[in-house]
Design a protein around this ligand. Structure first.
Ligand SMILES: [Fe+2]
Ligand SMILES: [Fe+2]
Length: 167
């Protein structure tokens, strides 16, 4: 790739997306452990989506004749294991990823890397959706205020999430 700084940042983003996947996988296990199969399913689907994001960056670096460098992943840490806490954690994580994407886009522009700038457009929209999805579930969880019937209903709804079609 023309800009080493952009290449490094793209490699870093592969790591961020894989780390996200790892994080959601841990959340899926935690939800399953708590007897919330719908939550577990939703986080598992999110895990798959993050793997697909990592793959998009991976393919893009190779397509631009760059060098893929895979770094280490850290063990996921779940701070608040309540159903609401899991989704609040997901939202703050997605906000972190959005910030990473914006920084990456600023860098691509500063380096006059138009192709990367355009490539990142998809991720900018995707992050709007990711944050809104997490926020939507948070709103529902706040509405039921820990009511067991409500939680059961939300879990049922989250069990309906299916893998996304390739975009
Ligand atoms: Fe992602
Ligand atoms: Fe995400």
């Amino acid at each position: 790739m023309k800009s080493k700084a952009v290449e490094d940042a793209l490699n870093n983003q592969i790591n961020e997306e894989l780390q996200s996947a790892y994080h959601y996988l841990a959340m899926s296990a935690e939800a399953d452990r708590q007897g919330l199969p719908g939550f577990a399913n939703w986080f598992k689907m999110q895990y798959l989506e993050e793997l697909a994001h990592a793959d998009k960056f991976f393919n893009y670096v190779l397509e631009r004749d760059g060098e893929v460098k895979l770094g280490q992943l850290g063990a996921p840490e779940i701070k608040d294991k309540t159903p609401l806490g899991l989704f609040e954690g997901a939202l703050s994580h997605e906000q972190h990823i959005s910030a990473c994407i914006f920084k990456l886009k600023d860098l691509a522009r500063a380096e006059s890397d138009h192709a990367t700038d355009v490539f990142l457009e998809w991720f900018v929209s995707e992050q709007v959706e990711e944050e809104a999805n997490a926020r939507g579930v948070i709103d529902q969880l706040k509405m039921i205020e820990g009511n067991k019937n409500g939680l059961f209903m939300i879990d049922r709804e989250l069990s309906g999430r299916k893998p996304e079609e390739d975009e």
